[in-house]
Design a protein around this ligand. Sequence first.
Ligand SMILES: Nc1ncnc2c1ncn2[C@@H]1O[C@H](COP(=O)(O)OP(=O)(O)OP(=O)(O)O)[C@@H](O)[C@H]1O
Length: 239
Amino acid sequence: MSPILAVQGLGKRFQGLVANTDIAFTLQPGEIRSIIGPNGAGKTTFISLISGHLTPTTGRILYKGSDVTGLSVARRAQLGIARKFQTPSLFDSLSAYENIELAVLRSRPRSRGHAARIGEVLELVRLADQRHAVAKHLSHGQRQWLEIGLLLANNAELLLLDEPTAGMTAEETHATGILVRSLAREFGLSAIIIEHDINFIRDLDAPVTVLHLGRVLVEGSFAAVAADPRVRDVYLGNG
Ligand SMILES: Nc1ncnc2c1ncn2[C@@H]1O[C@H](COP(=O)(O)OP(=O)(O)OP(=O)(O)O)[C@@H](O)[C@H]1O
């Protein structure tokens, strides 16, 4: 299978500060990858380079085999690279249904299938029962899921999630793991997830990339990474 994402020699320098150095990274279609590492390791920089919010100093980003390194955020989003920020970009006074509807209409003109597509997206993000709820009245977790729904409605294929469970209850965190896994397993979506919640990462049971000082320190299963003395030294051993 050819990778959905292949990154080679990726680097980002902010004046004198090296935030990412020589990162090689490959992600297959339908694969979830967790990214962990200490504060300042370069995790957010890495996904900003993939989404196009930052321009790399060195290296190339191939998405479905095409070089997207020079493309804008908007063009990458059209191609299916979807970044979710921690603060949702919802229309607070509109319902969950209307929020998804606007996103669906943005990517395809109104058609006979459009109501079905909205229903499908609401189902996927566990908000079918809340379709008429006004966004500002949804719980914190539900608002995060609605935001993921907006990305799905825009035909996301690669989700970039920066601390998706921040501020969630334990129950919402657990449900978020189930949601992301089902998007990958049942719909073939790929996801890169930055998280500090190690219980969430363990439950996700996806391959983990550890960043440290802007470099890939270790990659492997959660169990292998958690047992690695280098990872314990710089990150997990601190907890
Ligand atoms: N726009 C910027 N200008 C200058 N330096 C930056 C910028 N963005 C990030 N940095 C620096 O780059 C380094 C990596 O930051 P980054 O936010 O990618 O790390 P992180 O692993 O996501 O950290 P955290 O877990 O705290 O969110 C840090 O030293 C940070 O201060």
